[in-house]
Ligand binder design. Structure first.
Ligand code: 5GP
Ligand code: ZN
Length: 116
C-alpha cells in the first residue's frame, strides 16, 4: 500500500513507522494512536492502515472495523461508561486537515454541542 517516495501522506508514514506516534491499539486493518495536539483528556485517532482520503471512500466493512476499533479505544481509555464522541472531519467545511481518513475519539470531559 505505502510506496515510499511516491505518497507524501502523513498518516501513511505513521503506519509505515517513518514518523513516530504513540500507539493505543492496533488490528489487522486499523491503527489507533494519540493525537499530537489533544483537545480532550482522551484524544485518539483511529485510521485504516490502507490509504483512503475520506469516509466516503471507505467500504462498509472497513468503516465498521474503524468504528469497532474506536469503541475498543473508548473501553481501554475507561470512557465507555462516562461517554465520548466520534468525529470524522470531512472536507473543507468539515475542517479536515489530514487527508487520510481518521476517526477522532474524544472524551474524559464534558463536550459541548454544537461544535464551532
Ligand atoms: P483533522 O483536522 O484532519 O480532522 O484532524 C487531524 C488531526 O491530526 C489533528 O487533530 C492534529 O492534531 C493531528 N495531527 C496532525 N499531525 C499529527 C502528527 O504528526 N501526529 C499525530 N499523532 N497527530 C497529528
Ligand atoms: Zn495515507
Amino acid at each position: 500500500q505505502y510506496d515510499a517516495g511516491v505518497t507524501d501522506c502523513l498518516f501513511c508514514r505513521i503506519v509505515a513507522g517513518e514518523i513516530p506516534a504513540t500507539p493505543v491499539t492496533e488490528t489487522d486493518t486499523t491503527l489507533a494512536f494519540r493525537d499530537i495536539d489533544p483537545k480532550a483528556p482522551t484524544h485518539v485517532l483511529v485510521i485504516p492502515k490502507e490509504h483512503h482520503t475520506a469516509i466516503g471512500d471507505v467500504d462498509p466493512v472497513l468503516a465498521g472495523q474503524i468504528l469497532a476499533t474506536a469503541h475498543q479505544v473508548a473501553k481501554a481509555e475507561g470512557i465507555d461508561e462516562s461517554g465520548y464522541r466520534l468525529v470524522f472531519n470531512t472536507g473543507k467545511d468539515g475542517g479536515q486537515t489530514v487527508f487520510h481518513v481518521h476517526c477522532h475519539v474524544l472524551g474524559g470531559r464534558g463536550l459541548t454541542w454544537p461544535p464551532g
